[in-house]
Every structure is written in C-alpha cells, then in structure tokens.
Design a protein around this ligand. Structure first.
Ligand code: GLC
Length: 705
C-alpha cells in the first residue's frame, strides 16, 4: 500500500505548479473523478480493511489517498495477517482529562497509519454524547463541548504531527444511530452553536484538521451534507477551516449538486452515478464548474499535505501497546472505594464475570480494531504473581472457548466489526459460596459493547441483566458474610445504571473500553502501581429517565415518526451536567467525578481578565500519602447562569506533600453566549462566577470576577 517514488515525484512536480493550475489542465471527467471516491468495489473492505480511497489521476499527478478508520486505531480486516494496536476508545480517553495523553495516542495511531500506508485517519469521533443509549457513544468524548473540542484537537494534532490527516467527524448532530441516514434533528440555534458545533469549532480553530466528515443526518429539515450554511458559511467562513470536507459513507442517495455547492469536496465511498451526475450537472448548468474546481483544488491541497510524510517504519506494536496501556491507566475512573483498594497482593482472588476472561478492549463497527492478543484481567493477575481461584478460572475459560466457537459456527462474523459479546455466565449460589470459603477477595468484571448503525437498549444494556444482578448480589452476600471484600470493574462502551447496586461492592473502577492492554492496566490500578486519576466526562444518571431529553431519543423499537424520522433536541443547552445543575436532579455519579488513593488541596487561586482572554491559576498540593495526579476544571457562570466548563488540565504525578500550579487561558470568544434573536455571539453581562475543580457540583474554590 506504499506510494511509488515515481508517483510522489510526479505529485511534487505537479503540485509545485499550484493546485489551481493543475485543475485548469484537467478535463471535466478528471475533475468529477477527483472528487468522488475510488469505486464502491473497495467496499466491503478489501484484505486490508480500508473503507475507502480517493481516485488516482496519474495523468494529473494526483495519487490515490488511503482513508482508514477508526477512532481506536487503524482498523484492518481479520482476513489479513496484519495487526494494529487497539487504543482506548474516545470515551475512555476523555476520562483522562489530559490533552497530553490524547495527543500521545493520536501520534501513536499516526505512526501505525504511516506503517500501513494510510493518508487520512477517519478519526476522532466528536459528536456530543447527548444520551447514554447512543450506539456510537464509545467513539465520542463527552457531553461537554470543551472536553470534546480540546480532546479532538489533541488527537488530531498527534495524528498530523506524523503527516497523517485527521478527520473531525461527524459534522454535525450525529448523536443517535437509529435511522441515522434520514433522521432530522430539530434543534434551536443557540443549542446548535453552544453545544453541538462548539466542539468542532474549538477543534478546527486549535488543531486545523486536514479534513472534516459531513454527517448522514439532517438538521432542521435539510440534510447536513446539503447545507452550505453549515459546511461553508460557518465551518469555513466563521471558523477558517481550510481543509477538505468529505461526506460520510453516504448510505442514502443525495442531491450531488446540492452537496457540492454546500461545500463537500469528496464524495465517499464513491459511485459511478455520482461521477455521471457531476458531469451532467456541469453540462446542464445545475452545477457551477467553479464549485467543482474549488473541490478539486482542496483535494489536491490535501494530497500535497499527505505527500509530506516521514518514511514509514514499523508498525512498532510494542510501542503501541505501551501507549495504549498508559492511556488506559490515565483514563480509569475510581467510582467507589471503602478502603479495599489498592489491593495488597496478599491472599487469593476469585475473578468473576466473563469480561475478566474476555475483556471488551474496543467497540464494534468503524471503531473496531483487529489487534494483537488482548491482555486479559485474569492473565494480568497471574503475570503479577497474584494467586487466583483456578477452579473459577477453568470454568470461565471453558465457557469463553465454547461460546466463541459457537458464535463462529453459527454467526457470520463480520471480519471488520468484531464478534458479538458473549452473554454473562450464570453461576450457582453453591459455587459462589465455595469460592467465598476458599478465597480472600473477589473481583467481578461487567462489560458492554456497542456499535454504529444501532443504538443501545435499556434492557440488559443500560440496565444490568438479571444474571449480572444475581452474580453481583450472590458474590457480595457470600464474601461479605465472611468479612471478605468485593471490587467491581466496569468494562463498558457507555453509561450504565449504577444507583441501584453501587452500595453492594466495596469498590467500583470504571475502565470503559481500555484498549488491548486493558487487563494489565486494571491490575496496575487495583494493586496501586498506578493511582486512578480519571474523572467522568459524562454524567451517570440515577435512572435513564432522569436524562434530559430521555423521551426524545429512540429507546424503544421504532420504525417511523418521533425519534425515528425526526428527533427533537428540546432540552436545548441543558445537556448532561448543565441539566443536573440547573434542575437540582441528583445524578448517581456527576460529571467530573472520580476518586483517588490520595487527597489534594487547592490554594492560591487567581483570575485575571483582559479583553482577549481570562487567565486562571491555582496551586494543587498532594495532601495524602500516595503519589497521584489531579484533574482540574475551570467553570464560568453568569450571575444567574449555570457553570460551564471552559478549561481543564491535569497535574503531573505529585509525590505526597508536593505541589503544582496550573494555569488556564480562556479566550474571550469562548466566554461569549449565542443570542438567537440577534443571531450572533455576545459578551456575557455582569460579573462572572469562576468555579475551580473537576466536579462542578462540588467545586474546590469559588471566585467572582
Ligand atoms: C461509517 C461511519 C464513519 C466511518 C465510515 C467509513 O458509516 O459513519 O464513522 O468512518 O463509514 O467506514
């Protein structure tokens, strides 16, 4: 898949002449082919799993650019022999509250993309997590636009530092999978601007992504891919985006002329009827050739950026595993701990739950990765020399082997989107009691996966299944009856219900989808080699129906009408923590929540405001007994408003007693609010309340400026 030297030399020569002069020499057919993906014949993915590429035009010196999924690493196909690192999913990375961690993952994905001859990674996913049941929740970062924008920018900066294009997707409001090709999002301009576009805006302004992917859905009655107001007036006119816009893998026929005029430069995966439509459209005047020329120039400019790459080496999968491991450790969120953790390593562990033996390392669909063997939790315990209950282990391993064989025999395994999840194994009380008798503590791992194209369900997905509830109850009862402790590991693609059972175990550690080295990360976190420092970037509600807009989401079986043909975002800006803070409804775990094995104190907070920016600084001191890292958020609220996150950062590893001063710069523009009546951004009035701390419902410091 590597480019020939001749192609590169030809390209450099032609491009040196300038994109415009190249386009002037192109025929109408060459131009049409330049902006349409290189035939659907490549779909489903060929041996290497690549979902698409641009059309090669050697006579014009334009190479074919290879576009690869996905958000957790280079997605190859099982049919091939090659493997790529499965990094933690976007929702996992967001919980690190560290743009440095995310940038490092982006760079590592870029290194592997280089090795596989990829030019543009179709990542990161940057839609807002409006609802826990969104099928692609794991491919997105947060309910908050600042975390979304900053993490997306960091990921893309990492990718592009390796000469690999990033792709901010799916622009915009692709926050459900049900009927994703036709669903019309009905949303007020203020919410669109302040919540659903702001993340993309921050990413475009700060990271300058080489591409943006326009989404399948419609917004306020028109397909996004046909809205010039979004793809040109706002994206390019207001934010200064200077890259190429590609369509998502358009599963529904669109008006090609309208798409081109709206500002799409590349029609993916591409079909001959689109080439023909463009040629006939230019000939009959329904397509302005100037629109086509502009799109060609942007594709040529993209090819020029992609040509400037370091020679490929690798892939270095051991280096990838190390980056994935570190990111998983930084992103895990400790939700409960009554002193059970960190574990001392003494005694024997009973490891329950299929996921302790078959970790959900990554999600399915475009976010899937065919990776080297996943580090399992049970194996990581063994690698640390921690005694585990072999009778329990043997039972689960046999079940996993049988269940997987059964799936392979009876289900068509879609080679590039992963296996369906094995159902949880029901254990008898007698077996649990016998384990409680002979073992010293228990760890139960509960898992969830998810995938594009379908949304999650309430039963046995958001809510625990009866089998999981029975396992949890039986293990806690049997071990607690003997004065022994139980920890739960959440290995989940998205938010699950926690309120009804979170008081049962002695500790809960949420590792989300931790990537291929997740088992080793879990062991390092449980035994204190790493002190958990993650914070939630989404709210865990007490119940699904506490979610703002819960009824405005397809949580049941639908085939038409509300939440299928159209979805009303009537909650407006009250997404996630904004809702819980303004309504007073208490969540199970709030946005920004996370525990540590140590404590931190805050001091010396300062706020300085100028016409261009507001600078906030604060000193964080480790006042506990274990080294650790602290994530800090800065929230700003108008006198009568609710706090909104405007900046965040994480300290380095602080030894007990040591301190670090964090400084946050908030551009004046990011403090503005959108005035719907005047259709413009405007400065907030009155004094600002500044809250410092990761959890806005429990700020460490409050200031008024
Ligand atoms: C899919 C997804 C998109 C992915 C593309 C290529 O439909 O929506 O995220 O990058 O097609 O696989």
């Amino acid at each position: 898949m590597r480019k020939t030297v001749a192609t590169l030399l030809l390209l450099v020569f032609c491009l040196a002449a300038g994109a415009q002069s190249v386009v002037e020499k192109m025929s109408l057919e060459e131009k049409a082919r330049c902006v349409v993906g290189f035939k659907r014949a490549l779909w489903p993915p060929t041996n290497n799993g690549i979902p698409g590429r641009t059309t090669p035009l050697p006579a014009c010196g334009i190479p074919s650019l290879v576009l690869a999924d996905g958000t957790a690493g280079v997605r190859l196909s099982r049919r091939g022999q090659e493997r790529a690192t499965a990094f933690p999913a976007d929702i996992t990375l967001a919980s690190s509250w560290s743009t440095e961690v995310v940038r490092e993952v982006g760079a590592a994905v870029g290194d592997e993309a280089l090795a596989f001859g990829v030019d543009v990674m179709l990542a990161p996913g940057m839609n807002i997590i409006r609802n826990p049941l969104c099928g692609r929740i794991f491919e997105y970062f947060s309910e908050d636009p600042v975390i979304t924008g900053k993490m997306g920018a960091a990921y893309i900066e990492g990718l592009q530092s390796r000469g690999i294009g990033g792709c901010a997707k799916h622009f915009t409001c692709n926050s459900q999978e049900t009927n994703r090709g036709h669903n019309d999002v009905r949303i007020a301009e203020k919410a669109l601007r302040e919540i659903y576009l702001r993340g993309f805006e921050i990413c475009v302004r700060e990271a300058k992504p080489w591409t943006v992917m326009s989404s399948y859905n419609s917004v306020n009655g028109a397909p996004v891919q046909e809205q010039r107001h979004l793809l040109t007036d706002i994206l390019r006119g207001e934010w200064g985006f200077d890259g190429a816009v590609m369509t998502d893998w358009s599963i529904v026929p669109h008006n090609t002329a309208a798409q081109l005029h709206a500002g799409n430069d590349l029609f993916m995966p591409g079909a001959d009827h689109q080439v023909e439509a463009i040629i006939s459209g230019v000939k009959d005047g329904t397509i302005a050739e100037s629109d086509l020329d502009l799109a060609c120039e942007r594709i040529i400019a993209l090819a020029e950026k992609c040509a400037d790459k370091k020679p490929a080496a690798g892939p270095d999968l051991e280096a990838g595993r190390a980056v994935a491991h570190n990111a998983a450790c930084e992103s895990a969120v400790l939700l409960e701990n009554n002193g059970m953790l960190p574990l001392s390593g003494g005694g024997r562990a009973a490891l329950f739950g299929v996921r302790s033996y078959d970790l959900v390392a990554r999600g399915a669909g475009a976010g899937f990765v065919v990776c080297p063997p996943v580090t399992q939790i049970y194996a990581a315990f063994r690698d640390k020399g921690i005694p585990t209950d072999e009778e329990i282990e043997d039972l689960y391993l046999k079940y996993v082997a049988f269940a997987e064989a059964d799936i392979r025999l009876n289900e068509k395994i879609k080679v590039h989107i992963g296996l369906p999840l094995l159902p949880e194994l029901a254990l008898s009380k007698k077996l649990v009691e016998s384990a409680a008798e002979r073992d010293d503590y228990a760890v139960i791992t509960l898992g969830r996966t998810s995938q594009e194209g379908t949304d999650r369900k309430l039963k046995d997905d958001y809510y625990l299944s009866d089998t999981e509830k029975a396992l949890l109850g039986d293990v806690c009862e049997a071990f607690h009856a003997r004065g022994k402790k139980v920890a739960v590991i959440l290995n989940i693609a998205g938010i699950v219900e926690t309120e009804s059972w979170k008081s049962l175990p002695d500790a809960i550690l949420n590792v989300w989808l931790p990537g291929q080295d997740g088992g080793a990360a879990v062991a390092d976190l449980l035994f204190g080699k790493v002190n958990p420092s993650g914070r939630l970037a989404v709210t865990f509600p007490k119940d699904y129906f506490n979610v703002p807009g819960a009824e405005d989401f397809p949580y049941g079986d639908l085939s038409e009408g509300r939440n299928y043909d159209y979805t009303c975002y009537d909650e407006g800006c009250n997404v996630g923590y904004r809702h819980y803070l303004s309504s007073g409804v208490q969540p199970s775990y709030p946005f920004g929540y996370g525990l540590s094995y140590t404590e931190f104190k805050y001091s010396g907070a300062k706020v300085r405001t100028s016409s261009k920016k507001t600078v906030v600084s604060v000193t964080v001191t480790n006042s506990g007994a274990a080294a650790g890292k602290e994530a800090v958020g800065v929230y700003v609220a108008s006198p009568d408003g609710i706090p909104e996150l405007k900046a965040f950062a994480k300290t380095g590893l602080l030894a007990p007693g040591s301190s670090e001063t964090l400084t946050f710069e908030i551009p004046a523009d990011y403090l503005k609010t959108f005035n719907e009546g005047k259709n413009c951004w405007e400065k907030r009035r009155g004094r600002l309340n500044v809250l410092i701390g990761a959890d806005p419902s429990d700020p460490k410091i409050k200031l008024t400026k």
